[in-house]
Write a protein that binds this ligand. Structure first.
Ligand SMILES: O=P(O)(O)OC[C@H]1O[C@H](OP(=O)(O)OP(=O)(O)O)[C@H](O)[C@@H]1O
Ligand SMILES: O=c1cc[nH]c(=O)[nH]1
Ligand SMILES: [Mg+2]
Length: 212
């Protein structure tokens, strides 16, 4: 199923806390990382395991290890950095590929300003992280460039998604799975998600909130 709205009570509760208008930068940051980790838990639940015998405290013991899964985490700058540590807390050996996308606030078109990808993309699952999937432009542009660079297996982790954006992304890239804490109601006339979180980048970095 390409869209996974994760209904776990911890995620629902934490996302509810993030929606408060008066949330502090500190709390927003902490919760973005925590929900990022919980989405990672869900997005990796089909990873294959292989058995291995190791030396345990009482002799040889058979244990399970994740098999053959190299991962690159792809935070979309800026706001994606707000989830990166949460994902790394569960996949500490993952390589990080950084993509900068900025959305023109008038046209809502995304443009790429940084592309720093790790090697062997054809052998890695790419986990794109960005708190917000609004029109879908930033996500589509990121998936386009990852595929051009060799990625074949891509999953996207977003805190909140707009139905309009989900539809656009899945139309352009039906092979990509999206994991989100919520598919919200709709976009407003400025391309912001309602009820949404407001401007996630501004909340994470403590920059001035724009009039959304
Ligand atoms: O789905 P879209 O319509 O493309 O909108 C979503 C994008 O907009 C925000 O980033 P923004 O461009 O504000 O940059 P920032 O992360 O630096 O704040 C957000 O973090 C997503 O990347
Ligand atoms: O609702 C939105 C849409 C785009 N970017 C955000 O930070 N929030
Ligand atoms: Mg922003």
């Amino acid at each position: 199923m390409p869209i996974h709205e994760v209904k776990h009570p911890l995620i629902r509760h934490k996302l509810g806390l993030m929606r408060r208008a008066d949330i502090s930068t500190k709390n927003f940051r902490e919760l973005a990382q925590e929900v990022g980790a919980l989405l990672t838990y869900e997005a990796t639940k089909d990873f294959n395991l292989q058995e291995k015998t190791i030396e345990g405290w009482a002799g040889p013991v058979s244990v399970e290890q994740i098999h053959g899964k190299k991962v690159t985490i792809v935070p979309i700058l800026r706001a994606g950095l707000g989830m990166l540590d949460g994902v790394l807390s569960l996949i500490p050996v993952a390589r990080v590929s950084v993509v900068g996308q900025i959305r023109n606030e008038e046209t809502l078109e995304a443009s790429t300003y940084l592309e720093k990808l790790v090697g062997e993309l054809d052998q890695r699952m790419a986990l794109i992280v960005d708190p917000m999937l609004a029109t879908g432009g930033s996500m589509i542009s990121t998936i386009d460039l990852l595929k051009k660079a060799g990625s074949t297996e891509i999953r996207a982790l977003v805190l909140v998604a707009a139905p309009e954006g989900v539809e656009r992304v899945l139309e352009a890239h039906p092979d990509v799975s999206i994991y989100t804490a919520s598919v919200d109601d709709h976009l407003n006339d400025k391309g912001y998600i309602l009820p949404g979180l407001g401007d996630a980048g501004d909340k994470i970095f403590g920059t001035k909130q724009k009039d959304v």
